[in-house]
Design a protein around this ligand. Sequence first.
Ligand SMILES: Cc1cc2nc3c(=O)[nH]c(=O)nc-3n(C[C@H](O)[C@H](O)[C@H](O)COP(=O)(O)OP(=O)(O)OC[C@H]3O[C@@H](n4cnc5c(N)ncnc54)[C@H](O)[C@@H]3O)c2cc1C
Length: 516
Amino acid sequence: MPAVDLLAGLREIVGDTHVVTDPDSVAPYAQDWTRRWHGKPLAVVRPATVAQVSAVVRACAAAGVPLVPQGGNTGLVGAGVPQDGEVVLSMARLDSVGPLDPLGRTLMAGAGATLAQAQRAARSAGLDVGLDFSARDTATVGGIAATNAGGERVMRHGVARFRIRGLEAVLADGSVVRRMSGVSKDNTGYDLVQLLIGSEGTLGVITAVQLDLIRPHKIVGTALVAVRSVDDALTVLHAVQHDFTGIEAAEFFHHDGLQLVLEHERLARPFDRPHPLYLLFDLADDDGRPDAFEELTELLAGLDCVRDVCLVATAADRRRLWELRELQTEAVSAEGIPVKLDVALPLNQLSLFERRLAEVVREVARHAVPILFGHIAEGNVHVNLLNAVEEDADGAVTEAVLDLVASLGGSISAEHGIGLANRRWLPLTRSSADMSAMRAIKQALDPEGILSPGRMLPEPSRPAHKDPSRPNHSEPSRPANSEPHRPAPAKTGRKTQNEAGHQVQKSASSRSRSSR
Ligand SMILES: Cc1cc2nc3c(=O)[nH]c(=O)nc-3n(C[C@H](O)[C@H](O)[C@H](O)COP(=O)(O)OP(=O)(O)OC[C@H]3O[C@@H](n4cnc5c(N)ncnc54)[C@H](O)[C@@H]3O)c2cc1C
């Protein structure tokens, strides 16, 4: 079918104004948040109902034109941006939130609702989603399900698949599967909900999600602890976990990352003098100890490896400390385009990984500047390498780091997924039996390869790990320090516009962690 016929058919389904082809309006959907991945889509289509999603998928399948679902476009592995000629299926208009069932503790949300919208709805009923990260105002629940997102509260409440009880999705043939009964025990056949979670848009288009809510604990205090090394940070965390049961989140960052945040965001430094590494954690009142704050102060003061502590209780002070961690991604991005990796190590290998990383990176990218931060309780390190994009044009830098991760028994993608960025390296930690099983699932559910082709699974005919080919849109779009792409218009509220045209809200309320 010629493209004009397909576009006419799509306009009939969703209405003229929701089939977008004008280059300026398409631009924010065509490049990812990191500015490394971009393509030229045939069109951006914005359905408003599951019936429209199904009809769009059928129309694209009949025309043999692949499509890529897109939520907030905050994904960091290039999976949600179009390859040339694909249709972007924007889920933004499926943004309903509710109903909420307080007894069963579930919340329905359309795939295009943002995490922040779902959090607000849950909190208004005294409950919470149990998921949180700094892209909350833009990332959608559909994208979160499709990437099995993690974030800051995983150590307590698990990754997205633990927080999702059911979902609705359109499959590649346009059929709709709906598993949203709300029952928490259901052993009837293959678990399609869990199969679709983390499938990065390759097996189905998620149209609605049933979130499994938690009952939140009050936060007693937030601590920023200055230490010398990642081993010392783990020693502190272990000591606190030994004495208290309610650690809600535990993060780490280094001095150089803090420095970038202070410079780019003009924030006050937390301590008089710099320290090599910082541990940040929230303590909740699980134990019901009235003097928990004082007891924590005493515990931290008694630990030899603690160089300095900032322990706060008010919502404003806690938010101030969390900004130092949450703004690291944006501060790195403001500095340049990094080689961005997201790995996990067994905790007992974390320190060795940090030491060896500097060596292996230096060998392939002499001027690279590593900025490391992440979710320490899961050994999850966000590796950002500034001044290394050119050296990584053929994947040499990525390969060096991921080889190291695999050799230490880690995961080459802890929470961001595989997408386009990591697919060459999937066989580093997945056996050929694994790969064959995954390909068989893809083939069974999407035999024509209509949904997000080329993402996640490397081309079967090539030895993927050593495959030197790169899709034409996958090259770095420009040297690290060049002018970034200009953003799209803001939606609401006071927002910083990131370079992919999507916004990350900066208002105090959007960043408030006081209700956590
Ligand atoms: C500042 C910042 C901080 C971040 N912090 C974290 C973090 O702490 N933890 C973490 O896990 N991630 C983090 N991310 C990554 C990102 O926010 C998550 O991956 C998020 O889940 C993506 O949601 P989205 O709606 O933006 O999805 P998109 O970027 O639009 O899409 C991501 C993937 O999901 C697919 N997809 C999207 N919607 C659907 C749908 N309805 N049906 C089927 N497939 C779909 C896309 O095709 C693509 O493969 C961060 C990103 C930024 C920019």
